[in-house]
Write a protein that binds this ligand. Structure first.
Ligand code: CO
Length: 137
């Protein structure tokens, strides 16, 4: 069902400092900050040859990652995102197998403008999993 690792997301307390660290200390290609008010986050992408690292910082009141940052003040790994070709069939299969899809169980438009869902961490080894539907190659 799952294909490539699309990204690993890390919540950070200081986005500029995190971007600088990836750009200079680690020598990676890093994008500019992109505010996504609909998602309550500002993102920076670290573009690696084989995947991406998504640096996340809360944006606005009621950000979905504010609690995570409160509980992990130095930041931490937030989720992994796997690519799927058909998100509706993936959801149907996972629900049949007893996995819990967060929210109303329907895909939403994610940070890259593609349909995404999040799966309950307790069903996936304590890791929040995002599925993103990519266009078939
Ligand atoms: Co993500």
């Amino acid at each position: 069902m799952i294909g490539r690792l699309n990204h690993v997301a890390i919540v950070v307390p200081d986005l500029a400092a995190a971007a600088h660290m990836y750009r200079t200390s680690l020598g990676a290609k890093v994008t500019e900050q992109l505010p996504l008010p609909d998602h309550g986050v500002t993102t920076v992408f670290v573009e690696l040859p084989n995947t991406k690292i998504e640096l996340l910082h809360p944006l606005g009141a009621g950000s979905p990652i504010q609690n995570f940052l409160d509980n992990n003040p130095s930041g931490g790994m937030h989720h992994v995102c796997y690519e799927v070709v058909d998100i509706h069939s993936a959801i149907a299969q996972l629900v049949k197998d007893g996995a819990r899809v967060l929210g109303d169980g329907q895909p939403k438009t994610g940070a890259h403008g593609l349909p995404v869902v999040f799966l309950h961490p307790k069903d996936f080894c304590g890791t929040l999993v995002e599925l993103e539907e990519i266009k078939a190659a």
